[in-house]
Design a protein around this ligand. Structure first.
Ligand code: IFM
Length: 474
């Protein structure tokens, strides 16, 4: 078999990619992923309280086109139809998130039975269709009342999260085996509290570092309590978004920039989760910036509560430079410069470079640095400028090529020894892409937002056929 560097592929995937994908084992999990705020709509129904995203969407200029998740894909009312679509795709797993403000409208206190009932129905519908529910407890929709009390930078939020997790766990543990605490805590902390590009839209670096610690603490507290209460087979995980970072040149400045970006992007999460301590170089960098991680006695033991799987969300990779375009290594704020440098690859509609080989390298790196932790690709996919024909069908050969190249990249990593057990395409449906609103379409299935009509795209048919072929060993 040719194992030379993967290409971006074609609208059916290349022969090499098909051969690689065919090496995925029959036990491999095939899924699609979504999240609550991006698809559900029904934001004031059945007692749901407001989340930080309901608030953020109403800030002038925060979301392109002034879009909100008020209606989204109306999945709350169309759930059985959406599960039927999954069944047609032939996936055996569905990764979704529970909206905390549906279950606990104010983020504390008893469960709202009507909110929980939606997920109860969803889980039953999935199981009736032979689809395994993969439940994520937190995909960014913090109840607004908790943000008003300080949000993730405040320690109490970690305890509130663990209480909420137990309400969901107690209600669904008899049928749900796969539990993920957090989706992409980097986004919650850095985009939400440092860069202000996502809810709640704050720009406070020390607060974002406190948020990192309290997100991890919340993960650990929830995992500890769910694990102790589990009376059947249950798997616990966290999902991180990660890139493969390489220095733009071999200069000391570029290597240092790469180390720092990897420190704040990957190791600040995985070192405490797997090794029980924060990386010394990250702690030192933060101290130089006058920032301390608010660790208390015992926190790191809680955070390092064993997990069974690591979810990997992968979209692109980057090269890092430690100098700006004037050659300066310190910014006006006195902090070291970080600049992303293009690899020169084609880009998606998000302007993200398409780097499937980065996924192979990342998976191999994770297996080396954090051995013994099984991996699942919990998100991978691409937004393109889809053009539906008169019937609503989208020939999205670019998306097929993207998926084929990345699945081949996963297979390549497995052949090199990485323990990757499944793949979830992002996303089942076109949906609310956060600050980009509805303009960016990631779905395998097109959603016409005027009518809510769903039309599977060429990529959906390709994904279905690929799953079938691999399952049949063809
Ligand atoms: O849509 C998001 C998702 O909510 C989290 N991971 C990245 C996706 C694409 O940006």
């Amino acid at each position: 078999m040719d194992t030379s560097a993967p290409t971006v592929g074609t609208d059916t995937g290349t022969d090499t990619e098909a051969e690689l994908i065919a090496t995925l084992p029959p036990t491999f999990d095939w899924g699609v992923a979504t999240s609550a705020y991006q698809i559900e709509g029904a934001v004031t129904e059945d007692g749901r309280g407001p989340s930080i995203w309901d608030t953020y969407c109403r800030l002038p200029g925060a979301v392109d086109g002034g879009d909100t998740g008020d209606v989204a894909c109306d999945h709350y009312h169309r759930m059985p139809e959406d599960v039927a679509l999954m069944r047609q795709l032939g996936v055996n797993a569905y990764r979704f998130s529970v909206a905390w403000p549906r279950v606990q409208p104010g983020g504390r206190g008893p469960a709202n039975p009507a909110g929980l009932a939606f997920y109860d129905r969803l889980v039953d519908e999935l199981l009736a269709n032979g689809i395994d529910p993969w439940l994520t407890l937190y995909h960014w929709d913090l109840p607004q009342e908790l943000e008003d009390a300080g949000g993730w930078p405040v320690r109490d939020t970690a305890h509130r999260f663990a209480d909420y997790a137990m309400l969901v766990f107690d209600a669904l543990r008899d049928r749900v085996r796969h539990w993920t605490t957090l989706n992409e805590p980097w986004c919650s902390a850095m985009l939400g509290y440092h860069e202000g590009r996502q809810a709640p839209g704050r720009q406070d670096f020390p607060a974002s570092i406190a948020a990192v610690h309290h997100l991890l603490l919340g993960h650990g507290l929830a995992t500890q309590r769910m694990r102790a209460a589990a009376d059947g087979p249950a798997e616990f995980a966290i999902t991180l978004n990660m890139s493969q970072l390489t220095p733009a040149t071999d200069s000391e400045a570029d290597r240092a920039a790469t180390r720092r970006a990897d420190g704040l992007g990957v190791r600040i999460y995985l070192d405490p989760l797997v090794r029980g301590h924060y990386p010394a170089d990250v702690v030192e960098d933060l101290a130089l910036a006058g920032v301390r991680i608010p660790v208390r006695d015992g926190d790191l033991d809680v955070i390092a509560t064993p997990i069974d799987l690591l979810g990997v969300n992968y979209y692109f990779s980057s090269r890092c430079s430690g100098v700006d375009d004037q050659g300066r290594s310190t910014g006006p704020d006195g902090r070291p410069v970080h600049r992303d440098v293009r690899l020169g690859r084609p880009v998606t509609a998000m302007d993200w470079e398409i780097v499937p080989d980065g996924l192979t390298d990342l998976l191999i790196r994770l297996s080396h640095d954090y051995p013994g932790l099984p991996l699942v690709i919990t998100e991978n996919g691409a937004a393109f400028r889809d053009e539906p024909d008169e019937t609503g069908f989208v020939r999205d050969g670019d998306r097929v090529a993207y998926l084929a190249a990345h699945l081949a990249a996963v297979a390549r990593a497995r052949l090199a020894g990485a323990d990757v057990r499944g793949y979830f395409a992002w996303s089942l449906l076109d949906n609310f892409e956060w600050s980009y609103g509805y303009d960016k379409r990631f779905g395998l299935v097109r959603v016409d937002y005027d009518t809510q009509r769903r039309v599977p795209k060429q990529s959906a048919l390709w994904y279905r056929d690929t799953i079938n072929r691999v399952r049949q060993g063809a």
